[in-house]
Design a protein around this ligand. Sequence first.
Ligand code: IPE
Ligand code: IPE
Ligand code: MG
Length: 253
Amino acid sequence: MPKVRSRQEKQIRNNGSAIDMARIPKHIAIIMDGNGRWAKKRGLPRVTGHRAGVSSLKECVRQCSDLQVEVLTVYAFSTENWGRPVSEVKYLLSLLEEVFEREVRELHENNVRVKVIGKRENLPASTLLRITEAEALTAQNTGLVLNICFNYGGRAEIVEACKALGREVKAGVLEPDGITEAMLSDHLLLKDCADPDLLIRTGGEMRVSNFLLWQIAYAEIFVLDVFWPDFRPEHLYKAIADYQGRQRRFGKV
Ligand code: IPE
Ligand code: IPE
Ligand code: MG
């Protein structure tokens, strides 16, 4: 496990905004947006931005492990992203494979448990193989849980849960009026994790783009104007410090 730095050191690295190590969000979710604009600003092809974004993710995983965040869930490819040019989609699929092949050993050594969240059906066999290998290798790890949402859509996830409940009703093991929020939650892809406490979106856009629609009901949202390839530890600390300054009421007073 990476060494946990002292609270004092964290305060220095966060440029003055104190992070309370006793109140670190347990589950952080990130919409890693702005790769294309990052590349465009430099006169480079969009895919260069996706490649550059991998380094930001690597560092972010390291920092979250270090801060003892329990779960980090990142949005890497949405069900709507299939609508992008074929060349970009192909690049993103092969990038996932490449990153898994290159990084999974180090993640394993750092006790990170990797899970890929999303529909598996229309993924190429080679991508599926890398995913199952990475999940199997890290399945027993007890450190940070890293959920990579790939071919993920929040609405699709809820529809699948409804279908599962519908099948139970049809089988006569469940009454329609007996369906509860907890039952629906239990059929979602992130059923093993508590809901995100903090949702970060880079790239400046104030929207959720079909990410974890059910689970972010009470997440604190932090939007950064920084493009994902420029996301650095100080931005993570800034988001956490901001989160710690908020009063979460969950509808109460
Ligand atoms: C996010 O960056 C990564 C994916 C959606 C795969 P974008 O590719 O959406 O970058 P922008 O938002 O166009 O700049
Ligand atoms: C959300 O970003 C999806 C990912 C970061 C993977 P998009 O770029 O696809 O979202 P929109 O199109 O701006 O809503
Ligand atoms: Mg985008």
